[in-house]
Design a protein around this ligand. Structure first.
Ligand code: RI2
Length: 314
């Protein structure tokens, strides 16, 4: 249906990874919801609420793991229930979308400034996949004149590490690409690990690109600080009430094309994994550096009085 075209277009770009990265998909989702509201030509407030719910579901079905998308879309629709006219409801979605996009971009910049202080002159750092929050920290430390070296994992199967090395090298950072299985062998050279987040649960577990938990394990073994760079819209309110994070499994052909492996061999392609809170030294957020044990408090504070609504909708 015509009215859902923008939302469907953005959802399919997110699904196909044309738009990727937990922060970016959240902003793209919010932007599509804002556009949907601005261009809405339906008749009544009731119809709008119904159509908005359809748009919201289309967007949320695009990728299941990163709660940033849920939080971004939720931020847009949160005031619709209290609107008293169609115009008011449409304006609230468009306005909330803009506010979310601004605040989330600003959060990445603040994290870069805070995180850079955790990097010392001469440090050798490891990063995984392609996280704008983690890259922001590294680039900010480099811009401060710190002489740093960075190792970046390839991050199979999508090889987002190639984006990371390009971006860091264009910024003038001394960067080395490694294959994912080289992580443990280089860990003894590292002074710190900086990764991003797709979701952080209320008990402080990190869900991030597959392989992140191996970095955390190896860092823990070698006594290397493991830092998570995460805007607070990566924190998952629903995990407080018992929901598990769905780990997205993507198509087999991302791992091996047809004909590359014998018939009958199966392929399993989970694209995220879970790092237990005990392996995480710090979560660098726009509100400051917190421990995994403080995530619950941040979520409660952010939900405010909506916490009862969230609990009562169980
Ligand atoms: P920023 C990415 O997921 C990676 O897992 C990355 O660590 C995370 O999003 C956060 O990225 P994917 O979209 O929000 O590549 O820090 O599957 O950019």
């Amino acid at each position: 249906m015509f009215m859902f075209d923008t939302v469907k277009g953005t959802a399919s770009e997110i699904k196909d990874m044309k738009i990727r990265g937990a922060g970016r998909i959240a902003r793209a989702g919010a932007s599509a919801m804002g556009e949907f509201a601005e261009n809405y030509r339906g008749g009544s407030l009731e119809e709008f609420r119904k159509d908005l719910e359809t748009a919201r579901n289309i967007m949320l079905e695009s990728r299941p793991t990163a709660v940033s998308l849920w939080n971004g879309v939720q931020a847009c629709v949160r005031d619709v229930h209290s609107a008293s006219s169609l115009e008011e409801a449409k304006n609230s979605v468009a306005c909330n979308a803009k506010l979310f996009i601004e605040a989330s971009s600003e959060a990445v910049e603040i994290i870069a400034k805070i995180g850079a202080k955790r990097v010392r002159d001469g440090d050798v750092l490891l990063t995984h996949c392609n996280s704008s929050a983690a890259i922001g920290v590294i680039k900010s430390a480099h811009a401060q004149g710190k002489d740093i070296k960075v190792y970046a994992t390839e991050s199979r199967p999508w090889r987002q590490g190639l984006l990371t090395v390009r971006e860091l090298s264009e910024a003038g950072v001394d960067v080395t690409l490694i294959i994912d299985s080289a992580v443990r062998s280089v860990m003894s050279k590292m002074d710190g690990v900086f990764v991003g987040a797709d979701t952080v649960t209320s008990s402080g577990e990190l869900i991030n690109k597959i392989g992140t938990s191996q970095l955390a394990l190896a860092a823990n073994e070698a006594g290397v600080p493991f830092n998570v760079c995460a805007e607070t819209y990566k924190f998952s309110p629903m995990t407080m009430f018992g929901d598990s994070v769905i780990i997205e499994e993507r198509e087999c052909r991302e791992v091996a094309e047809a004909g590359m492996i014998p018939k009958g061999v199966k392929i399993y392609n989970p694209v995220f994994d879970t790092t237990p809170a005990r392996y995480i030294d710090a979560i660098i957020t726009e509100l400051g550096i917190i421990s995994p044990g403080s995530v619950y408090d941040v979520i409660v504070r952010q939900l405010g009085k909506d916490i009862w609504k969230a609990r009562d909708s169980l």
